[in-house]
Design a protein around this ligand. Structure first.
Ligand code: ATP
Length: 204
């Protein structure tokens, strides 16, 4: 399975300059690829395009050569830096965790998710606890690619390590591709088989 952007260009303002210009990126099944680049160059915007939250202005994003599905479970899942922005504050954690699928006990154990968190509201969990839930939620059986946009940047080293160990294990077991977006060169070196700079994937 191959996730590919083909000459993707994107801008927020229809009249303005392109933020992303002719981006060509390929991630194969099971591949762990890093993406880096200065603040504001459009890494998160590209992440949103890949996960189907926004549409390219030009070019296309394809999975095995076919357009991504417009409805149903999206094969490209995005986990953001700030989990509190990614959950419904009016839902209890159990409902949030099971929004797309029911994570099994083994995955919850790997991610260090405690049963007693599930009766709480999002604002009653720490950032690290909430992020573990968001990661489990994103790893449904239909997920072929995970886009981790500064996924563990706000977390302590131990929590970072535990979350990445679980994600790497899942990626290997399921041949899931992962795009690791980060400014942390050490993290990228440790996790990724190759790291791209935003500069080198654009055609300008
Ligand atoms: N919804 C939006 N409407 C208009 N402009 C936006 C919107 N979201 C982001 N931008 C702008 O697009 C540019 C790229 O933002 P983006 O978050 O993609 O960059 P980034 O490379 O991920 O940055 P960082 O490393 O700081 O997270 C920024 O100039 C930002 O202000």
């Amino acid at each position: 399975m191959l996730l590919e952007t083909r000459d993707v260009s994107f801008r927020y303002d229809r009249e303005g300059d392109w933020l992303l210009e002719r981006v060509n990126l390929r991630i194969a099944a099971g591949e762990i690829v890093g993406l880096t680049g200065p603040s504001g160059v459009g890494k998160s915007s590209l992440a949103r395009l890949l996960a189907g939250y926004a549409k390219p202005g030009q070019g296309e994003i394809v999975l095995d050569g076919k357009p991504l599905p417009a409805s149903g479970c999206h094969p490209v899942q995005l986990v953001l830096q700030h989990p509190e922005k990614a959950v419904n504050p009016r839902w209890r954690m159990r409902r949030i965790l099971r929004e797309g699928w029911e994570p099994d006990a083994e995955l919850c154990r790997m991610l260090g998710i405690a049963g007693q968190w599930l009766d709480r509201w999002p604002n009653e969990l720490s950032g690290g606890e909430l992020q573990r839930i968001c990661v489990a939620r994103a790893l449904g059986p239909g997920t072929r690619f995970l886009i981790a946009d500064e996924m563990t940047t706000m977390l302590d080293a131990l929590t970072q390590a535990q979350i990445w160990a679980a994600v790497m294990q899942m990626a290997e077991a399921r041949r899931m591709g992962v795009l690791v977006i980060s400014h942390d060169a050490h993290l990228l070196k440790r996790l990724c088989s190759r790291t791209l700079d935003m500069d080198e994937i654009q055609g300008r």
